[in-house]
Write a protein that binds this ligand. Structure first.
Ligand code: THU
Length: 134
């Protein structure tokens, strides 16, 4: 994938992040999950007055895609203030559908910050295959 295409996805993630409902943290996150068939699933974090019910942008994007019949992903682009990495819960949910997902992280302005891979973020991971024993 070209640098231009990665940047385009990161910019789309920043657009998605503008829809964040984050009145408590004021920390808006956007995600664009690209399926292997080329479809894009964008999402934002949605907070709740009962704080623990908050859903992160990454998980919202996964649930959106799976709900629309898509389970095979090519990459994930994020817009995170300051260019931070996905939380642990989101790493595990992403892992369900593949261990080595490329992740492009941009900041709140859609500027590219870094390129990650789920395999590095969640080493020696537990996944669907782990249930197939002995
Ligand atoms: N958040 C995400 O959307 N993704 C992450 O990977 C980390 C955190 C959200 C949850 C909450 O609404 C806000 O950012 C502050 O934690």
């Amino acid at each position: 994938m070209s640098g231009e295409e990665k940047l385009e996805l990161v910019r789309l993630a920043a657009v998605a992040g503008k829809e964040a409902y984050a009145p408590y943290s004021k920390f808006g996150v956007g995600a664009v999950l690209k399926a292997r068939d080329g479809r894009l699933f964008s999402a934002c974090n949605v907070e709740n007055a009962s704080y623990g019910l908050t859903i992160c942008a990454e998980r919202a994007a996964v649930f959106k895609a799976v709900s629309e019949g898509v389970q095979s992903f090519a990459c994930l682009a994020l817009s995170v203030p300051g260019g931070g990495a996905p939380c642990g819960a989101c790493r595990q949910v992403l892992r369900e559908f593949g261990a080595d997902l490329p992740i492009f992280v941009g900041d709140e302005n859609g500027e590219m910050r870094r390129e990650l891979n789920l395999a590095n973020l969640l080493p020696d991971s537990f996944g669907p295959e782990s249930l197939n024993f002995p």
